[in-house]
Design a protein around this ligand. Sequence first.
Ligand SMILES: Nc1nc2c(ncn2[C@@H]2O[C@H](COP(=O)(O)OP(=O)(O)OP(=O)(O)O)[C@@H](O)[C@H]2O)c(=O)[nH]1
Ligand SMILES: [Mg+2]
Length: 293
Amino acid sequence: MKSGLVALVGRPNVGKSTLLNALLGQKLAIVSDKPQTTRSAVRGVLHRPEGQIVLVDTPGLHKPRTLLGQRLNDLVRGTLAEVDLVLQLVDAAAGVGAGDRFLAAELAKVATPKLCVVNKMDAASRAKIAAALQAAADLADFAEVVPVSARAGTQLDLLVELILRHLPEGRPLYPEGHTSDEPEQHLVAELIREKALAVVRDELPHSVAVLVEEMGPDPEREDLLVIRAFLFVERASQKPIVLGKGGSVLRDIGTRARAELEALFGTQVYLDLRVKVAKEWQRDPRQLSRLGF
Ligand SMILES: Nc1nc2c(ncn2[C@@H]2O[C@H](COP(=O)(O)OP(=O)(O)OP(=O)(O)O)[C@@H](O)[C@H]2O)c(=O)[nH]1
Ligand SMILES: [Mg+2]
């Protein structure tokens, strides 16, 4: 059978995490319309009769402005070194640009086989898709260039078939039925961050980090899951923005997060969400390591 690690790489916002979730049929990675949403290498396992595909979602590669940005780019480069196949995603609607060319040049340095996935075909005209396919083929020496829509689920079976074709023969890396080794607390923190990204505007999304401090059943009510989490911002001036008038913005984030967490765990959730300032955490090595970077 076929088996191996497959990295999803691309500039921010091309739809890597959406594609991971769509291929798995399950939400493992959070998604937003803001660039630089993903901050960790999220693994998901796809089981097929012909083989096992271990997908690794990565942060969008970008020009780093902070220590966090640098670490995220290092994470992408580290991932490239250990995988069997690389999928470079580009955005058919936005077109192929300098960011994609920069990444393609980076990829050219590793000998790993590469496919190019031209995503968001649902949002592009035929002419635009054709132009993106041509530009993608000119980017690098890809084994295949395939247009898909992660959002609409178009051509995903074909993509899986092509991935399997280009993976090496090997033993399964994970047992049957295992789809993820994301720690539950991390998944919960990410879901809360996703709701914060959906609600807050402008530059603030980059400043938000979430840490789950405590999670477990209520001692008096087994059917109630208690989650205590902190939402960190970088500056004192950002705190009132995340809180909103009379705490309304934070309440909105909490309500959205709780609804999704209750669906995920199939139980009632009590979410205690607090805002804290972690001064300049994106540039501070100590705070970064506390937050898991
Ligand atoms: N129309 C359309 N939108 C898509 C598609 N795939 C993703 N999107 C949207 O594109 C935006 C970015 O999606 P993400 O999956 O978060 O992108 P990403 O590449 O993981 O982004 P980073 O983690 O920031 O690097 C979201 O608003 C998605 O809903 C698609 O196939 N079609
Ligand atoms: Mg992502």
